[in-house]
Write a protein that binds this ligand. Structure first.
Ligand code: SIN
Ligand code: FE2
Length: 198
């Protein structure tokens, strides 16, 4: 795992937030539901790029080219995210999906692996905006010990190599720890390569 604290300076964070506002105007945040149980997740989500990660009761975790509620294609991935992937991703093909998670109030994300992609040779790159998220990361087995890292607005994490399939999650958000978002809370953007380059 590679950790780049404050990879985006305040100007870069505001610029990315502006891009995110444009994305959400076209592809609104929605509440995803868990496979089988249909339980709502506590985060709200949207995506940009050719593919987006979605989940629902009937069809479970998957990537698809359209927003599940509007039926429209996801908005394009902003150039600054493509540049960031190129800069720190260490992978010669572009990302295909950028999942946007919004954590408000008590939202969290349980320990999981990102394994719905075909190609684990590509990294997963995450960017945080807004309030601190208490990130927990372990090993490739759910039983492996975990450690905590407080992700601040502008921090970038790359899960690659041995850690590409590391279990990770967000224990909680620390409210009031950033002034970037008027509405408070935290956005996390994760860039993924989904298909094997041919
Ligand atoms: C995720 O694993 O999809 C999100 C991680 C984060 O919010 O930092
Ligand atoms: Fe994840």
């Amino acid at each position: 795992m590679q950790y780049f604290p404050q990879k985006l300076d305040p100007g870069g964070q505001s610029a990315l937030l502006g891009e995110l506002r444009r994305i959400m105007a076209q592809a609104p945040l929605y509440t995803p539901t868990m496979p089988r149980s249909g339980r709502p997740m506590s985060v709200r989500m949207t995506n940009c790029g050719p593919l987006g990660w979605v989940t629902d009761k009937e069809r479970g975790y998957r990537y698809q080219a359209t927003h599940p509620e509007t039926g429209k294609p996801w908005p394009p991935m902003p150039q600054m995210l493509l540049d960031l992937w190129h800069d720190v991703g260490g992978y010669p093909f572009p990302p295909e999906a950028c999942l946007v998670n919004y954590y408000a109030g008590p939202a969290k994300m349980g320990l999981h692996q990102d394994r719905d992609e075909e190609d684990f040779a590509a990294p997963v790159l995450s960017v945080s905006l807004g309030d601190i998220g208490v990130f927990r990361v372990g090993g490739r087995s759910r039983k492996d010990p975990t450690r905590k890292l407080e992700l601040r607005s502008g921090d970038v994490v790359v899960l690659d190599g041995e850690d590409r399939l590391a279990f990770h999650g967000i224990d909680r958000i620390l409210p009031g720890t950033s002034e970037l978002l008027l509405e408070g809370g935290r956005f996390n953007l994760t860039l993924r390569r989904v298909s094997k380059p041919s």
